[in-house]
Design a protein around this ligand. Structure first.
Ligand code: PLP
Length: 401
């Protein structure tokens, strides 16, 4: 009898973590490696947020268990955020808080999926979505959205993907890995499809809400079509905009029975997220927000630098995304070509492996996100490193025959 569970056979380790580990190992061996794999801001958590956590620890507010799915103060801060920034009214009984957006999504799938239930996932997608659905016993239904569609699902493609078994439509805007974000008009058109299928629920992952450029206006489905509100789970968190990936706080607003079920799952797995982190998140949401546009200005400059330099690399085509801190260039123009060391590039995995081996630049292959040949670059890193990495990519591509 096998010791490990069968469901492990359905999932794979995160390819983004695998790339980061490989880059780290090469660095430890003395190689000059620039890692563009990690999905987190290079900025530190703002001081006032750190101080709020330190105060909570000193005052004994972080020593004990809290309510399973969040301190009342944090739920109030989340409800106020949804009202202030998204025009959405949630009672605190409709709010859940978990150890990161990842746990929120996982709880939601665990709470709702029966064997055979389908989840529509536009590809390219964040690597964890299909595996979370599989672990919860559901069936991921991937809908490929190519570069020609701006990496966005069209109303026609959504309509075609819906079946009687569809439980969720999962939307991520701005997107990891492409940075693509949906305009209000695009969401409106998707909402019209969803209105025709009342059995489909909407899980919207708005984690990169604040990371948008060129005056793009962020909107979320329940805001665009109030009729979708009772069947939408609006997921968000403090990890990316507030530079708090290590603190592990994510949250969501949604229908009360779902929120209750998610709390039950959490109560039998991890209980509350760390109390000190929750107090930090209260300060993040209620405190000054002025550092966000400052960070965005830097991110936008980096995005423009990377897009422009990549488009000068032979065989690379890189669109300009609306948000997040990723670009998703196609490397189709390099496929079939050979490196000076005699390796022929047959897949985007070959491309990123050879790029790391020969030039010491770590990126993640697009096929890991469900659409290749392409790769993902995270530009949440110093300008000097980005410029050097892009020079190396240009040289790598220039040397292909
Ligand atoms: N959703 C998307 C699209 C992400 O890219 C990430 C993190 O990379 C998450 C959710 C999870 O965020 P957290 O670190 O809060 O769990």
């Amino acid at each position: 009898m096998a010791f490990l569970a069968d469901h492990l056979k359905r999932i794979k380790p995160s390819p983004t973590i695998a790339v980061t580990d490989k880059a780290r190992a090469l660095k430890a061996a003395g190689r000059n490696v620039i890692g563009l794999g990690a999905g987190e801001p290079d900025f530190d958590t703002p001081e006032h947020i750190k101080e709020a956590a330190i105060r909570a620890i000193r005052e004994g507010r972080a020593s004990k268990y809290t309510a399973v799915d969040g301190l009342p103060e944090l739920k109030q801060a989340v409800a106020a955020k949804f009202k202030r920034e998204n025009g959405l009214e949630y009672k605190t009984s409709q709010i859940t808080v978990s150890a990161g957006g990842k746990q929120v999504l996982y709880n939601a799938f665990m709470a709702t999926l029966n064997p055979g239930d389908e989840v529509i996932i536009p590809a390219p997608y964040w690597v964890s979505y299909p595996d979370m659905v599989l672990l919860a016993g559901g069936k991921p239904v991937e809908v490929v959205c190519g570069m020609d569609k701006g990496f966005k699902i069209t109303p026609e493609a959504l309509e075609r993907a819906i079946t009687a078994k569809t439980k969720w439509f999962l939307l991520n805007s701005p997107s990891n890995p492409t940075g693509a974000a949906y305009t209000r008009a695009e969401l409106r058109a998707l909402a019209d499809v969803l209105l025709r299928h009342p059995h489909v629920h909407i899980m919207t992952d708005d984690m990169y809400e604040h990371l948008i450029y060129d005056n793009f206006v962020f909107t979320t489905p329940a805001q665009v079509e109030p009729e979708l509100y009772p069947r939408t789970l609006t997921v968000n968190g403090v990890s990316k905009a507030y530079c708090m990936t290590g603190w592990r706080i994510g949250y969501a607003g949604g229908p009360e029975p779902l929120i209750k079920a998610m709390a039950m799952i959490q109560s039998q797995s991890t209980t509350n997220p760390a109390a000190a982190s929750q107090w930090a998140a209260v300060e993040a949401l209620n405190g000054p927000q002025d550092f966000i546009p400052k960070h965005n200005k830097i991110f936008q400059e980096r995005r423009d630098l990377v897009v422009s330099m990549l488009n000068q690399a032979k065989g690379i085509k890189c669109p300009t995304p609306e948000g997040a801190f990723y670009v998703y260039p196609s490397c189709a123009g390099t496929m079939g070509k050979t490196t000076p060391t005699g390796k022929t590039l047959a897949t985007d995995e070959d491309f990123v492996t050879e790029l790391l081996e020969q030039e010491g630049v770590a990126v993640v292959h697009g096929s890991a996100f469900g659409l290749g040949p392409a790769f993902r670059i995270s530009y949440a890193t110093r300008n000097e490193d980005l410029e050097e990495a892009c020079n190396r990519i240009q040289r790598f591509c220039g040397n292909l025959k």
